[in-house]
Design a protein around this ligand. Structure first.
Ligand SMILES: CC[C@@H](C(=O)O)C(=O)SCCNC(=O)CCNC(=O)[C@H](O)C(C)(C)COP(=O)(O)OP(=O)(O)OC[C@H]1O[C@@H](n2cnc3c(N)ncnc32)[C@H](O)[C@@H]1OP(=O)(O)O
Length: 259
């Protein structure tokens, strides 16, 4: 386990865990948290053993958005732009991680917290979770790329409504809209998240990475005609791997068995 000032991280059995940890301010993101998250992501981008990354907070909050008090010290658009862009770039890198990413939300995920959710492949949420793009309530828009990702995830009408009204929705509504993928009982929340995450940990890490590459390429507008090549390369890359050779040998051995 690695304990920083604003994050707690650990890696085990192919799963990396990142806990947002500023409980006194409902895990609001300040510049120190951005720097620590950049540090972790820079290291984990290179880690080919990681098949899943889980982002989570605590029972009260996933993340309550940007640290309103700290950011309120910044007054001009020239000064605030690089701060917003820095976090936007970081969320883009999270969305492009080669492994599966999961936002595990207990409690509240609002403002930038909800933007972080949209940068992950899956959102698992406890029955008590609430989500909202509440930036409009303080008369700003999303600064971290969350509006476009929200539109991609839940479609234009629902996204525009959430963004402009700043409504905070409960988990049932978030599931209907497909902002949340699975609703999880609050008790032993992280254990249940772990069971979900373990589905994606395979003997061959290449599989998850290959499908994630396809998903990202599709999202980024790669023409369908390009996928014959992309998928053939991915499959060929898996071909010589020990896991594939052994799996085929096991199948053939069973078929040839004389009982
Ligand atoms: C700036 C980036 C921008 C983006 O690009 O997306 C945004 O994120 S804008 C949105 C910013 N976030 C907010 O406006 C949320 C503000 N917080 C709340 O509305 C509520 O605190 C809560 C998140 C709904 C939780 O409510 P509750 O559980 O009742 O806790 P409290 O309100 O009592 O909060 C406890 C404590 O934490 C402080 N706090 C909470 N959120 C933030 C925050 N985002 N930034 C700074 N501080 C925050 C709150 O002030 C309390 O402090 P104390 O009173 O000193 O205990």
């Amino acid at each position: 386990m690695f304990i920083m000032n604003t994050l707690i991280t650990h890696k085990k059995d192919g799963i990396g865990w990142i806990q947002f940890h500023r409980p006194a301010v409902r895990n609001a993101v300040n510049q120190e948290m951005m720097a620590e998250l950049e540090h972790v992501i820079t290291e984990w981008e290179q880690d080919e053993t990681l098949q899943v990354v889980v982002l989570y907070g605590d029972e009260k909050a996933f993340v309550s958005g940007g640290d309103v008090e700290a950011f309120h010290q910044i007054h001009t658009k020239e000064e605030i732009y690089p701060v917003m862009k820095r976090m936007g770039d970081l969320l883009q890198r999270i969305s492009e991680l080669k492994c599966i990413t999961i936002a595990a939300v207990e409690g509240i995920a609002v403002g930038g917290g909800c933007e972080i959710v949209t940068s992950c492949d899956f959102c698992l949420a406890s029955k008590k979770a609430k989500l909202g793009m509440i930036q409009s309530r303080i008369a700003i828009t999303t600064g971290w790329g969350g509006a476009s990702r929200l539109m991609n995830k839940i479609g234009k009408p629902n996204a525009l409504k959430m963004l402009i009204t700043g409504e905070v929705i409960d988990v049932e509504r978030a599931k209907e809209m497909q902002l949340v993928d699975e609703v999880i009982e609050s008790s032993h929340f992280l254990e249940k998240v772990k069971v979900f995450a373990q589905q994606f940990v395979l003997p061959s890490p290449m599989i998850g990475r290959a499908y994630k590459e396809v998903a990202l390429a599709l999202e980024q507008g790669t023409p369908l005609s390009a996928f014959a090549k992309i998928e053939a390369i991915n499959c060929a890359d898996c071909w010589e791997a020990e896991e594939h050779v052994q799996a085929v040998e096991r199948f053939l051995a069973k078929r040839n068995k004389v009982d």
